[in-house]
Structure formats: C-alpha cells, structure tokens
Design a protein around this ligand. Structure first.
Ligand code: MLT
Length: 410
C-alpha cells in the first residue's frame, strides 16, 4: 500500500502567497469593476533591460545554429557566469571565491528549500520570526519540525523573534541549534543587520559548530554603508556560512529564473565516524544528481547583468523601486502608521493600526482601498499585527495606493 509523506499534513493551509492570491482573485471576481493594486507577492513590474534582452536573444540565435548550439551544460552553471558573479558580487567586497564554490540555479527559493536535504533530520533549525515561509515549510516537509503548537510554532523549531521591541534584530539562540536561517536585507521586515550584528551570528556558529544559511536575495537594495553585502565580508564566515543570491529582484528574473548559491570549500562537517565531510562536495553531488542546470540563454542573459550598460540599467530600476519604497514609507508615516524597512529593501513592514490582526488589516485594505498586501502573521507568529507591502508596483500605482490608504479612517 502506498503511504504518503505525512509530514506534509503538518503544513499550515496553503503556501502563503497562494492563499493571498486566492483571496485577491476571489475579491476581483466578485468585484470586477474594482481596480485592485497588487502589493502582495514581491514580483517585479519592470521588464528585463535592453542589454539583458539582447544577450538573451543572441544566445537563442546561437541555439538555432548547429555550429553554436549548446546541449546539456554543466549542472553547476557555466564558468562565464560564475566568473562574472565572483568578480562583481564578491571581489568587489574583498572576498575571493573559487569557481567551483558557485552553484548557478533556477532560484533562491529552490536552493533555500533544497539545501536542508543534505543535513541530518536530527539537526535543530533556527529561524528568525517572521520569516520567508520556504525555510520553515521545507523543514516541515522533511520531518524536522515536530507538531505545530497552539501558539503557531512548530515544536522542534527555534524561533528568533524580530519585532519593534528589539528593532528587528534577532537575539542569538539560547538553545543549542545547528542550522540558522538568516535573510538580510530581511524578507519580510525589510530591515537589515550591521556588520557587527551579523558577526555575532558568525561567532556563534563557530563556537557552537552551527551553520548559517544566509539568504541575500535583496542585496542589491542596500543603500546604507554599515550593511554587509555578503556574509563573507565577516571574517571566518566562509567556514560557517552558505549564501544564496538571486537575479529575480536584482534584474527582473522572477519569470526568467536564475540564481546562485555559494558553498565555500572551507565548510567541513564531522561525520558519525569522525571524518570531515565537505559540504561543497555534498551539494555538488546533490545538484549533479537532481538538477541539469539553467538554460544557456538564461545564463547569457544573467551574465549581461554585469556588463557596464547592464549594471547601469539595472541600478535605474532598483532606484525606481527604492523611490516607490520611500513614497510608501513617508505616506504611511504621515498618516500615523509605524513603518519599517524600505530603506535597504523593497519591502515595507507596517504595524497594523489599533492592534488589528494582520488578516483583518489585509481585508480592510482589500475591501476599502482595493490594495493587496501580505498579512504579517503569514510569515510567522511574530508577524501578527503587521502587514507587508512591496515597492515593486509601478510608481503610478504606488502613488495611487498611498492616496487611497490616506483616505481611510482607522
Ligand atoms: C516574496 O514575496 O516574499 C517573494 O517574492 C517570494 C519569493 O521570492 O519566492
């Protein structure tokens, strides 16, 4: 008799963004005359830039010619892209990497979700709370979470609250944890850690034989000086941290799909027989077995992101989104709401007025202002009482949305 993986039954309802979308679609179906502005899922609105598109098209033409056609590529990605990544995203910040420490993939969601499978089920994981749901859900699916408790937390997961009270800076775990998921600039709060604050986690990991899974998908939005661009700026981090990056928000690849994960060869974990195992070798084994690489045209398009013209175009888009973020922050502050993030991030984390619950504020914005946000409670128990807005819509829609919210009375 077939048995299902019953860990899946421990998951809460549907995946957060599927649920948000379901409710928004239902409202739009029932109210076809309403002009709904979506500021829920962090999906970009700016198209791929001209330089990226040209490289993409040229590579498609290469695929049409027997002389230049490419079949299977390396599962880890082509060297031309890994070289561009290392030079632009790491050497620039004084960090050296070898080509075989970079694994190009089709998304940071997939990589942050898949990485846990190379680690034993007995590992204790820690997550910041609120948190990007993929880290928790994939550990639930794997059987690492235990049962969900009345407070909405899984019994075997260690939660590190990030709230107004601690300025959204997580405390170091009090318990003995093995894998620590950190995402900075943070999704969903839009807040950051300084170098010193992040260094404390690196120190903790070294002292406790833990590993940090560092999601830096929003790095390109950093505008402030003291915010690290890669965890490897922190001394010793290469021994204790894996870093995830993405072209999705950086260069508009949400539909095109390209990302990468850095697994330094310095990370060595003791096996039960006392041998040292390279995590890089394990991830390589996993990827070569389960993944056949990102398509050649997509990798050529991603490479073009790093050209001089590509960088200029991409940064114009980022500034456009950051301007939207500024408008959201200032408009909501002006009407007396407490808002966070949006300075080094496309996400604005809004405290709900009058202690409303997150889903109630979501409904109010949808019904009275026709705006879709993402309820903070969907990101974890400490997200209750907050709502996330994204700056990825158009400037026009962003202004219109703020205009509508400013007319609401709370
Ligand atoms: C988000 O809205 O948090 C992100 O778009 C989700 C993702 O990148 O998978």
């Amino acid at each position: 008799m077939v048995k299902i993986n019953e860990n899946y039954l421990l998951l809460q309802n549907s995946y957060l963004f599927v649920e948000v979308n379901r409710r928004a679609e239902k409202y739009m179906e029932e109210n076809p005359d309403k002009d709904v502005i979506k500021m829920g899922i962090g999906d970009v609105t700016k198209p791929l830039t001209p330089t990226v598109i040209k490289a993409f098209k040229d590579a498609v033409d290469e695929m049409a010619d027997g002389e230049t056609f490419m079949g299977y590529g390396p599962e880890q990605g082509y060297d031309f892209l890994a070289e561009a990544i290392i030079k632009n995203d790491f050497n620039r910040w004084g960090v050296d990497l070898d080509l075989d420490e970079v694994f190009i993939s089709d998304g940071a969601k997939c990589d942050t979700g898949n990485i846990q499978e190379i680690f034993d089920l007995d590992n204790v994981i820690a997550v910041t709370d609120p948190v990007y749901p993929v880290y928790v859900d994939t550990n639930v699916m794997a059987g690492r979470s235990g049962l969900i408790k009345d407070d909405g937390m899984y019994a075997n997961i260690v939660y590190l609250p990030c709230t107004e009270e601690n300025d959204f800076v997580p405390a170091l775990p009090e318990e003995d944890v093995d894998l620590i998921y950190l995402c900075f600039p943070n999704n969903p709060t839009g807040t950051t850690l300084t170098k010193d604050q992040l260094a404390k986690f690196v120190e903790y990991a070294k002292e406790n034989d833990a590993l940090i899974l560092f999601d830096a998908a929003y790095e390109v939005f950093i505008t402030e000086d003291d915010v690290p661009h890669t965890i490897y700026e922190i001394e010793g981090a290469k021994e204790v941290a894996i870093e995830f990056r993405s072209f999705s928000k950086t260069a508009g690849f949400t539909g095109t799909r390209c990302a990468y994960t850095v697994v330094p060869k310095e990370i060595k974990i003791k096996t039960s027989t006392g041998d040292e195992q390279s995590v890089n070798a394990l991830w390589n084994r996993r990827q070569t077995t389960k993944f056949n690489g990102v398509s050649y045209p997509v990798q050529k398009a991603a490479e073009a992101v790093y050209s001089e013209e590509g960088q200029k175009e991409i940064m114009e888009n980022i500034e456009y989104y950051l301007e939207n973020a500024r408008i959201i922050r200032e408009s909501l502050s002006d009407i007396g709401l407490n808002v966070y993030g949006g300075v080094n991030s496309p996400y604005i984390w809004v405290k709900t007025p009058n202690d409303m619950e997150s889903w109630d504020f979501f409904d109010l914005l949808l019904e009275d202002a026709n705006i879709v946000g993402t309820p903070g409670s969907g990101f974890g128990p400490s997200g209750e009482g907050y709502l996330r807005l994204t700056a990825f819509n158009t400037l026009e829609n962003t202004k219109e949305a703020m205009n509508r919210i400013s007319k609401l009375s709370f």
